[in-house]
Design a protein around this ligand. Structure first.
Ligand SMILES: NC(=O)c1ccc[n+]([C@@H]2O[C@H](COP(=O)([O-])OP(=O)(O)OC[C@H]3O[C@@H](n4cnc5c(N)ncnc54)[C@H](OP(=O)(O)O)[C@@H]3O)[C@@H](O)[C@H]2O)c1
Length: 336
């Protein structure tokens, strides 16, 4: 496992982090615990969770796993989103729907469309204090390594009450460092050196390349970046399926197999190369996904190769603003 040093918490962690967003919702308790053990055995030491994940039970399941090896793993939880109020009928049917999705994986997209989603609550000093206490209880620990403000507004990030509240949970030893998990506006704001944020968590995909905008400033401010890429997997597969030229171009670059395998290989390469000094967050509940992604971590594609791949993906795609096909190599990866 490749390790990266995290200055804000003074330790090395695995460069691949386990995303627990589906732990307790799409994934049941037993399978979830088995998967977390498997990831840990493979060297994963970073676990990303939130009070809202897994219909509100992800923290409790992660706590059962993490409390057995508390100092060997890093836990990042969040504050600011509440789990949805799941109707009783849906809760009762959850185990059945998991069985159905295992048998017919295409049902997954329909299930995610009807599943109620977490909702944002305004940040306040009292919410931060009480949410941290509840998270610690569910996680069965007396500290978390990182607390992320979950989808904050820019106003919340600079509000003195919020700043004092996050500084207080750090001073009290309940949290080691503070992160901002949100969109590019929140991420850029978090890089202000006068603010207490030492981490940024953001989506970074070939279709939404946020790290290009963030990384240089983050590097000079010594802000640690954790990011997710696989959210666009279905869109990349659809693009490959719709345009055979993309498949041909990717084949020339050595990407072979089914459209899903090609898209996953490319996304893993893209994720690891664009944030090589940080942590890539991935949900990997299926054993083959964990094995595949960790194997891919060893592939080290060059920036030139990644540029060619992004260009290949754009073959035949239409620029939304002009209606014209986009130029090749619109988005250059830095060569360092
Ligand atoms: N701060 C935020 O607001 C926010 C937002 C989104 C995500 N996150 C965090 O980031 C984590 C990652 O989220 P994400 O949105 O990037 O997507 P994701 O949830 O990691 O991935 C989406 C899907 O990709 C599948 N997958 C993983 N590796 C694969 C492979 N090699 N081949 C085929 N499929 C593969 C996963 O399957 P399996 O799990 O079934 O194996 C999962 O269903 C989340 O779990 C969460 O911790 C945070």
């Amino acid at each position: 496992m490749k390790l990266v040093f995290v200055e804000a918490i003074g330790r090395k962690v695995s460069s691949v982090g386990f995303g627990c967003a589906s732990l307790g919702s799409r994934i049941g308790v037993r399978k979830g615990l088995e998967t977390l053990e498997r990831a840990y055995a493979a060297g994963v030491t970073w676990y990303d969770v939130a009070p809202s994940y897994g219909d509100g039970v992800a923290e409790s399941i992660l706590g059962e796993f993490a409390s057995r090896r508390r100092d060997s793993v890093c836990v990042c939880t969040k504050v600011g989103m509440r789990p949805p109020k799941t109707p009783t009928a849906m809760r009762v049917l959850k185990p059945l729907s998991r069985i159905a999705i295992t048998a017919f994986p295409t049902l997954k997209q329909y299930a995610s469309r009807v599943r109620p989603t977490p909702f944002k609550v305004p940040l306040s000093a009292e919410l931060i204090r009480s949410s941290v206490e509840e998270s610690l209880r569910r996680l069965r620990t007396d500290y978390v390594d990182v607390l992320a403000l979950h989808r904050p507004t820019v106003e919340e990030l600079v509000h003195q009450d919020i700043i004092r509240a996050v500084e207080r949970v750090v001073q009290d030893g309940k949290v080691r460092a503070i992160s901002v998990a949100g969109d590019i506006g929140a991420g850029m704001t978090a890089l202000d050196e006068s603010l207490p944020y030492r981490f940024v968590q953001i989506a970074n995909t070939p279709l939404e390349p946020n790290l290009e905008k963030l990384k240089e400033r983050a590097h000079s401010h010594r802000t640690f970046i954790t990011h997710g890429t696989f959210s666009c997997l279905d869109q990349i597969i659809a693009r490959i399926n719709a345009q055979k030229e993309i498949l041909v171009a990717l084949d020339e670059l050595g990407y072979r197999g089914s459209p899903t395998e090609i898209a996953a290989a490319f996304l893993a390469d893209y994720a690891f190369a664009t944030n090589s000094a940080g942590v890539t967050l991935i949900s990997m509940f299926q054993k083959e996904h964990l094995d595949f992604n960790l194997l891919r971590l060893k592939s080290h594609p060059t920036p030139e190769r990644l540029n060619s791949i992004v260009a290949a993906l754009e073959v035949g795609a239409t620029d939304r603003s002009t209606g014209e096909p986009p130029g090749i190599l619109q988005r250059e990866f830095p060569k360092r």
